[in-house]
Design a protein around this ligand. Structure first.
Ligand code: A3P
Length: 313
């Protein structure tokens, strides 16, 4: 095993040295691999998953760009799938004592082996084209959560400030917007990421369900029902009458999750503070952070990226 690990590390090193790189605020450099940009530790996770992740037919993968609603969707899918096991979820449920990232591991997080339930519920930020082959080839299902690029950017900005990485010291918002628009951002370009999954969801609707964060915020009942249908675990009339759908929405709400001790004082295995994943969850909250000029820069990129596509954020 040790030999395999050191071989893997050596392969990664060699690959990194051959890739285009760009100065960044996420790590010293971001590296461009198969069209998308990564800090080295995340890229290693992607390469490891490409080699070792074995999707099972029944697996469910929550996909997103960072800061687009990953934590929420992980919680919802987990609560949906295991709803028979927890009849009074607001009183007793794993989500009351565990952060959603603990219950639903990342495909590129090295710890996917820890998920041994069936179906396995995983999540990933990996772009469509770079997914492990077994995810593409098996009938496992993907739920993609997308968000307005300006809100996703602002959420990332605040998240990065909270993490207080040394590379972020002195980083201005102008510089970070510029990087984001160039595509040089964690798992960027943001737009290409979304467009690829959106296209796949149109061509292969049984494989990928494309969900907008804003629409889920506005109509959670409709969207949670639709996600359940897609995952082949539709709500029965009896469940709806008994308030099961409402309970799941309440359990997974920002208001509820963010006030739990595990999400206020907890830490993930990688040392990240769980509270960093919960903030305002607003639609259009970017107005409080972005100047009109920076908002325009992101809008311009959005316009350019959407040329030729009928997709709109
Ligand atoms: P804001 O920073 O705009 O508040 P991710 O989970 O992909 O990292 O995304 C984080 C964003 O989702 C943050 O947005 C966070 O507040 C919001 N969020 C986290 N949990 C949520 C929940 N249960 N419901 C709605 N939004 C949530």
């Amino acid at each position: 095993k040790l030999l395999a690990e050191s071989e893997f590390n050596q392969e990664c090193k060699e690959l990194l040295s051959s890739l285009p790189k760009d100065k960044s605020f996420f790590a010293e450099y971001l590296y461009q691999y198969e069209g998308f940009w990564y800090p080295p530790n995340l890229l290693e996770g992607v390469l490891y998953s490409q080699k070792h992740f074995q999707a099972r037919d029944s697996d469910i993968i929550v996909v997103s760009s960072p800061k687009s609603g990953t934590t929420w969707l992980k919680a919802l899918v987990f609560a949906l799938i295991y709803r028979q096991d927890y009849q009074t979820p607001l009183e007793s449920h794993p989500l009351l004592d565990n952060n959603p990232h603990t219950l639903v591991p990342f495909v590129e997080g090295f710890n996917f082996h820890t998920q041994d339930t069936s179906p396995g519920i995983f999540s990933t930020h990996i772009p469509l084209g770079s997914l492990p082959e077994s995810i593409k080839d098996s009938p496992c299902k993907l739920v993609y959560c997308c968000r307005n690029p300006k809100d996703a950017f602002v959420s990332l900005w605040h998240f990065m400030k909270r993490l207080a990485l040394k590379e972020m010291a002195g980083c201005t918002m102008e510089e970070m917007v510029r990087g984001f628009c160039r595509g040089s951002s964690v798992y960027g370009p943001f737009w290409d990421h979304a467009l690829e999954y959106w296209k796949e969801s149109r061509e292969n609707p049984g494989k990928v369900l494309f969900v907008m964060y804003e629409e889920m915020r506005e109509q959670p009942r409709e969207w949670v029902k639709r996600i359940a249908e897609f995952l082949e675990c539709s709500f029965t009339k009896e469940e709806i009458d008994n308030g099961v759908l409402e309970d799941i929405i309440k359990l997974c709400s920002l208001e509820n999750l963010s006030k739990l001790e595990v999400n206020q004082k907890g830490k993930l295995v990688n040392g990240m503070e769980t509270k960093a994943f919960f903030r305002e969850g607003e639609i259009g909250g970017w107005r409080d952070t972005l100047t009109p000029l920076l908002a325009e820069e992101i809008d311009k990129t959005t316009e350019e990226k959407l040329i030729g596509s009928s997709f709109r954020f």
